[in-house]
Design a protein. Structure first.
Length: 237
């Protein structure tokens, strides 16, 4: 069982991060590799998932274009210096929105995946602009499935990050916090108000979240994760 990360109630994105973390946790558990498998984390950042895969005695390799985060290897996601059909599991978490060609990244991922290998992709849907260093794209579940399919990958499951209620609450909390921070009179109220609103939001999610499926028309999702599998050979070399 993967332990959830601790997220502070003082964070204006507490509700979204809490749900995003849960979606990622479930998706990893579904695609968890067996002992000794090779895991490639594309856009790994500070590699917070390293201990998890070491516990499973997996070979975990984190790659990132940003040398300052000290990845195992500095690579461009669209041109991975990895041999074809060698990787068992690929992670691509909060990465695709920052690249110029998400399709090229997924095609590269498909190239290096073994037949039967899996990829976990987590992307924003309705999410604040967050350049790192750039921020280009947003997806619905159908759009994400399409670019995965174009890369020869078959989606086996989607994991939404919360519900429409989560989205509304997060946007409201961020708006209130922005107002308080910019106010000369009420700025001191920011932290206690954010903590209070996050606590109330957590209760509202528990008791009033809708039962409609995430893919129902009219729903708003902040982000979602997908697990996809390389079922057979593609024309990608």
């Amino acid at each position: 069982m993967i332990k959830p990360q601790k997220i502070s109630l003082t964070n204006t994105e507490y509700l979204s991060l809490r749900n995003s973390d849960e979606a990622l946790r479930i998706s990893i558990e579904q695609a968890m590799p067996t002992l000794g498998t090779l895991v490639l984390d594309i856009g790994c950042g500070s590699m917070p998932l390293t201990p998890l895969f070491h516990q499973k005695r997996s070979i975990y390799i984190g790659v990132d274009i940003n040398q300052s985060v000290k990845p195992h290897a500095v690579m461009v996601a669209e041109r991975l210096a990895v041999r074809s059909k060698t990787v068992d599991l690929i992670l691509c978490i909060a990465t695709l929105e920052h690249v110029m060609s998400p399709q090229a990244v997924l095609s590269e991922a498909s190239r290096v995946l073994k037949k039967g290998g899996s990829i976990i992709v987590q992307v924003p849907s309705l999410y604040p602009y967050h350049p790192s260093p750039e921020d280009h794209w947003r997806w619905t579940h159908t759009g994400l499935e399409q670019i995965l399919r174009n890369a020869g990958l078959t989606v086996t499951a989607f994991y939404p990050s919360g519900t429409t209620l989560t989205t509304y609450l997060t946007i409201f909390i961020q708006g209130v916090s922005l107002f308080l921070i910019q106010s000369k009179v009420f700025s001191w109220l920011n932290l206690p108000v954010v903590v209070s609103l996050n606590s109330i939001g957590r209760l509202l999610e528990k008791f009033f979240s809708p039962n409609t499926p995430f893919y129902a028309p009219g729903n708003f999702l902040l982000s979602l994760a997908a697990v996809a599998r390389k079922e057979g050979e593609t024309n990608l070399q």
